[in-house]
Write a new protein. Structure first.
Length: 433
């Protein structure tokens, strides 16, 4: 039978089939779809990817071992996978305007581990921001391999509140830590930093002290690709990112560079250095998401994300809330709850908000006075709400809902009232498909 007349394959398991074969899991997935539909997603690292991305990720490509790289595989039968991975690589390079891309890291943390394996010997010194100022676990936390096996030294944010650049990167402290410790690698890129990163300034400091400059743009990748944040290229030697935050793809990682020697080191550090078989279904989904991000509509999306964040930030500040650095340039903001309610910590605030259908994450704040598992702040972001179609005017409504929760003292009646208003708002913005 010629290939074109083949019936649809059984391997394309549809949701209907799942309901027959595993009703328990099918029911939970349906319940989660409902939850997403009826809540406001304000976690800065989350988004709603397209049905096309999910179709690629849910495909028969999950069945294949493809250890190696395109045209250099350890298994037979990889022909179509070579084309899929090559497409993902080409689109990644096009998105960031760079020469080399590795699309295999299973996650942002895996991408960062591969970069560290490629660039740093055990015990080697690298500089990154201190965790409480908005860094990531993989940037040298003592509980992560980056802190256990390497020697992180840290710079900080400007902590003098009388300065205009309070809460921005303290570039003098970057320079000072590099001068003192001569790290091999200088890292920029953060998980809770609301301001623009000056990659050129970082590069000047890196060059002055003979460091390689590495940007982890996990949070802002989509803004970079959409032209709403300056590009790390040509300033950075290595760039790592996730693909599922503002970039709106499947969960995964990505490493980019313009340097051929570094590219070879990165490839070896990903496979066989730290991973086995690539997740080819995820790589296909990355290719689909990259294709979406290369369309002109994604530029509009990225600029709307920032406009919405700025609208939400000014609405909250208008209600008296204190934001780290007094605002935002990107997709996120960090609310310090202490000045408005000294008794309300991040964990309880996030719980009240969740009860009301507003999903957020707690966050440490500059000059944190509480413990990391119950810090003093909330991190809010607009990537997911913007995907759903909420605009700047709607951010006033969202700020109003958040304020009603944070001033409710946890009163169940008040939280229930917000919950029903949240559901009404959600109905106006159905999930995109
Ligand atoms: C989210 C994030 C990561 C880790 O990504 P995972 O996919 O969760 O492993 C790494 N670096 C930064 C800055 C992040 O924000």
């Amino acid at each position: 039978m010629p290939e074109t007349t083949l019936a649809p394959s059984d391997s394309d398991v549809s949701a209907a089939t799942l309901a027959d074969t595993d009703p328990a899991i099918a029911k939970l997935i349906a319940a989660e779809a409902q939850r997403q539909e009826h809540t406001l997603e304000l976690i800065a690292s989350e988004n709603h990817c397209s049905a096309a991305v999910m179709a690629a990720q849910g495909s028969c490509l999950t069945n294949k071992y493809c250890e190696g790289y395109p045209a250099k595989r350890y298994y037979s039968g990889c022909g179509f996978y070579d084309e899929v991975e090559s497409l993902a690589i080409e689109r990644a390079k096009q998105m960031f305007g760079c020469g080399f891309a590795n699309v295999q890291p299973h996650s942002g943390a895996n991408a960062n581990f591969a970069v560290q394996l490629a660039l740093l010997e055990p015990g080697a010194t690298f500089a990154a921001i201190q965790l409480s100022d908005g860094g990531h676990l993989t940037h040298g936390s003592p509980v992560n391999v980056s802190g256990k096996w390497l020697n992180p030294v840290t710079y900080k944010l400007v902590d003098d509140e009388s300065r205009d650049d309070w809460g921005h990167i303290d570039y003098d402290s970057v320079d000072a830590v590099c001068a003192e410790h001569k790290p091999k690698v200088l890292m920029c890129g953060y998980s809770a930093y609301p301001r623009t990163i000056d990659f050129a300034k970082f590069r000047a400091i890196a060059d002055k002290h003979g460091c390689l400059l590495w940007a982890d743009v996990a949070h802002i990748a989509g803004l970079i690709v959409g032209g709403a944040h300056p590009s790390p290229f040509p300033h950075c030697h290595i760039v790592s990112t996730t693909t599922h935050k503002t970039l709106r793809g499947p969960r995964g990682g990505l490493v980019l560079t313009n340097d051929e020697d570094l590219a070879k080191k990165i490839d070896r550090a990903v496979f066989p250095g730290s991973q086995g078989g690539p997740l080819m279904h995820v790589i296909a989904a990355k290719a689909v998401a990259f294709g979406e991000a290369l369309r002109p509509t994604f530029k509009t999306y990225a600029s709307e994300v920032v406009k919405n964040a700025q609208a939400l930030a000014s609405a909250l500040m208008g209600k008296g809330y204190k934001l780290s650095s007094n605002g935002t340039d990107n997709h996120l903001m960090v609310v310090d709850l202490r000045p408005t309610d000294p008794d309300l910590a991040g964990k309880e605030a996030a719980l009240w908000l969740e009860t009301a259908g507003i999903i957020t994450s707690m966050s440490t704040v500059p000059k944190e006075t509480r413990k990391p598992f119950n810090p003093s702040g909330l991190r809010l972001g607009t990537p997911a709400l913007t995907t759903r179609g909420l605009g700047a005017d709607d951010m006033n409504t969202v700020a109003e809902l958040i304020d009603r929760v944070l001033t409710s003292k946890g009163d169940q009646g008040k939280l229930d009232a917000v919950r029903s208003d949240v559901v009404e708002l959600c109905k106006k913005f159905p999930m995109p498909h």
